[in-house]
Ligand binder design. Structure first.
Ligand SMILES: NC(=O)c1ccc[n+]([C@@H]2O[C@H](COP(=O)([O-])OP(=O)(O)OC[C@H]3O[C@@H](n4cnc5c(N)ncnc54)[C@H](OP(=O)(O)O)[C@@H]3O)[C@@H](O)[C@H]2O)c1
Length: 295
């Protein structure tokens, strides 16, 4: 009976070799017309750069126009094809106006990357209604509005929707519970949409990203009881994550979960993960229980 560890090793070697040789590759990035939301920083900006360098025609979108402008300028200075269409994904009117505007630039759309997102750091019991609305509007409604507006264009090109989820969507950790919850909804949207959109030959990729060194942490919504902790030192570089996503796009994968080891550990030993998370994350934040509402 072969040792399980060596079988796993062989599986990884074969998979990596196939990926390196691009034998699993199906979609050519060159020439693709790609709309990326949340591309003014972090993973979105890294995706724009890497995709454009591989010959894609990219349209970057977000709220901060000055940041979008500099992403576009840097790409155009390299002789690459990039445009910007600012929009706030929380606003359905803006999205229904901006997505067709983006599609007009290159006469259609091949790939929509739903990357715009925000995080919330704090306990479920203390989130304010405003922060909760902002989190859900951006991470869930934003994905729905943008996808709805892009479907007719993607159907024409037999295109692709790429949704940015998180490893935490597979197993929530304390103080990031609500953020993880919004990303679990993204997973559910991806699973259902993949079958609904098969009708129009639109592929759906769900990418569960690892903890990445971006502005997400510093821009997190948080409550006054929980000041943001320092970010962990070992976070993935946005460029590495972007290249991993592009490989998954080329291979038309259905889902990629980065940091799958953590997810498996949480499935096999959920109580152990609970205890470690409680000790490492919750205990340092111990405080009095909330008061009865109204008292
Ligand atoms: N960093 C991580 O550890 C990590 C881990 C797993 C998953 N992710 C996911 O990866 C995606 C990208 O995040 P990131 O890490 O690259 O963080 P980031 O640098 O903060 O980027 C977030 C992007 O979303 C945009 N955005 C936020 N609210 C928006 C709105 N209402 N309308 C339009 N755009 C909006 C921001 O641009 P504007 O402010 O200019 O609008 C920005 O371009 C997110 O979906 C995030 O949840 C990140």
């Amino acid at each position: 009976m072969p040792h399980l560890g060596s079988l796993r090793c062989w599986f990884i070697i074969i998979q990596q070799t196939l990926e390196d040789c691009e034998m699993l590759s199906m979609r050519d990035i060159a020439g693709q017309r790609i709309l990326i939301t949340g591309a003014s920083s972090g993973i979105g900006a890294a995706l724009a750069q890497n995709l454009a360098r591989q010959g894609a025609r990219v349209i970057v979108s977000a709220r901060r126009q000055d940041r979008l402008q500099s992403v576009v300028q840097n790409l155009q200075q390299e002789g690459l094809v990039a445009h910007m269409v600012p929009m706030d994904v929380r606003d359905p009117d803006q999205v229904t106006a901006s997505v067709p505007q983006a599609a007009q630039i290159f006469g259609g759309l091949d790939i929509l990357i739903n990357n715009a997102g925000i995080a919330y750091f704090g306990e479920v019991s203390s989130i304010s209604p405003t922060s909760l609305k902002d989190l859900i509007d951006t991470n869930i409604y934003g994905v729905i509005y943008t996808t709805q507006s892009a479907v007719s264009y993607l159907a024409e090109s037999h295109g692709m929707v790429v949704n940015l989820s998180s490893t935490l969507s597979k197993r929530a950790l304390p103080l990031l519970t609500l953020y993880a919850g919004t990303k679990s909804m993204v997973n559910a949207l991806s699973d259902g949409l993949r079958v609904e959109l098969r009708h129009y030959s639109i592929h759906v990729l769900n990418y569960c990203a690892p903890e990445t060194e971006t502005e997400l942490h510093d821009n997190s919504l948080h409550d006054s009881n929980h000041p943001l902790p320092s970010p962990r030192r070992h976070r993935a570089a946005p460029d590495v994550v972007a290249r991993h996503i592009i490989r998954a796009i080329r291979q038309e994968r259905r889902e990629v979960v980065a940091n799958a080891g953590f997810v498996w550990m949480a499935r096999l030993m959920p109580n152990v993960v609970d205890t470690i998370a409680y000790r490492r994350i919750m205990l340092p934040y111990w405080r009095e229980p909330p008061h009865h509402s109204g008292s």
